[in-house]
Write a protein that binds this ligand. Structure first.
Ligand code: 13P
Ligand code: SF4
Length: 368
């Protein structure tokens, strides 16, 4: 278990100009040995130093492609840095500038509870249950998924992976009778409905209750068993936000991330992952109006980029991911100073056995 190395006070006392000059100097000094990755939800002052920006999967792949980069600084959250470590070469070191940058949703599922759930559920039905684990999860859960014949998914490929899980083995699928979707209940319900199922085909597994609070009849009737996790950033969007913005702007289009609650997704005009939202707004007509149900840093950046379109966050209050915000200029400057001195701090390493099984689940997803 990696313990957080503490940011020395001196970095907190430096102003932004000084911190930015440290970061620029260290980047120059490390040259091609360094690659900085920035997730779309990252704050502006940090993401401007990223060599590549993207969603979590795109960035992990990017990490794997940077063969020259000995050091990868991941300006995202912990599960993303773990995926980068799993998919990158053995000689590459992945650094998360602040270990407190976790993901609240990923933390809602821990491996003993997930393994217990898999056991309980398999005793409650004769049908094959295939775990499908959202990339927003710890490496150990991805590994348990890989060992149980399941696959990972992201918000952009979840439907494809769900279809694979339920397809017969003769047709290249996993031959599952049911899916156990971990950890985001909203994403899973939204995808199930998109595939033509109904909310009645889904049941929620409550990890703090015996058998998840489910009876054998509940499990028999369900096609999808949903771990009770959610993202607090996307869960804050409500149907009232959609009605309110439409009242104020009758010609506005509403686009939301599939981590939003089902009722919100049902009212939206479009639903898509971070990358899909960016592509849609990039291609939108000048003068068009958009209310976007996802993290505020990304939405505000899109609004600045497309001054000829009206783009705003769907909610009235900002939708901020506080974990992502824990990567700031002081932590980035400190991580770079230490790298340059050959002493990487907060180096993310996934144990080899866990990494091997997690890679199975990730590679299965990539091949679907
Ligand atoms: P992406 O997979 O689109 O990067 O989303 C990650 C995330 O944390 C969404 O809340
Ligand atoms: Fe996790 Fe939600 Fe933050 Fe994404 S936005 S990293 S799901 S807490």
């Amino acid at each position: 278990m990696l313990t957080q190395q503490t940011l020395p006070d001196e970095y907190r006392q430096l102003d932004d100009e000084r911190l930015e000059s440290i970061i620029r100097r260290r980047r120059e000094q490390l040259g091609k040995r360094l690659c900085i990755l920035g997730h779309h939800y990252q704050r502006d002052e940090v993401i401007k130093f990223a060599d590549f920006t993207g969603d979590s999967l795109k960035l992990s792949r990017q990490a794997a492609e940077q063969a020259d980069a000995e050091f990868i600084i991941f300006c995202g959250v912990h599960f993303m840095a773990e995926s980068a470590d799993i998919l990158s070469a053995d000689n590459q070191k992945v650094v998360l500038p602040n270990l407190e940058a976790g993901c609240a949703m990923a933390d809602m599922a821990d491996v003993p509870a997930v393994e217990e759930a898999m056991e309980e559920l398999s005793e409650m039905t004769d049908e094959r249950i295939i775990p499908v684990t959202y990339v927003n999860s710890a490496a150990a859960i991805k590994a348990a998924t890989g060992r149980s014949g399941g696959a990972c998914c992201t918000s952009s490929n979840a439907r494809r992976v769900f279809e694979w899980a339920l397809r017969g083995e003769a047709d290249g699928g996993a031959g599952g009778g049911k899916i156990f979707a971990i950890p985001d209940r909203h994403l899973a319900l939204n995808i199930a409905v998109d595939m033509g199922y109904t909310p009645e085909d889904c049941v929620v597994y409550e990890p703090n209750k015996l058998n998840g609070g489910l009876t054998a009849d509940d499990v028999a009737a369900a096609k999808f068993i949903l771990w009770r996790g959610y993202c607090y950033v996307h869960q804050l969007f409500t149907p009232e936000h959609v009605h309110g913005v439409r009242r104020r702007h009758p010609d506005i289009r509403v686009i939301v991330h599939p981590e939003c609650p089902y009722e919100v997704v049902q009212l939206a005009d479009d639903v898509g992952s971070t990358e899909q939202i960016i592509r849609t707004l990039d291609a939108a007509e000048p003068g068009s109006k958009w209310a976007v149900g996802t993290e505020s840093n990304l939405v505000n950046r899109l609004a600045k980029k497309h001054k000829d379109k009206f783009i705003r966050v769907l909610s009235d209050a900002p939708a901020s991911c506080f974990q992502m915000a824990r990567i700031d200029l002081p932590h980035l400057a400190w991580a770079l100073d230490n790298l340059a001195e050959g002493n990487p701090v907060n180096h993310i390493t996934v144990e080899p056995e866990i990494a091997a099984d997690a890679r199975t689940a990730l590679e299965r997803m990539i091949s679907i």
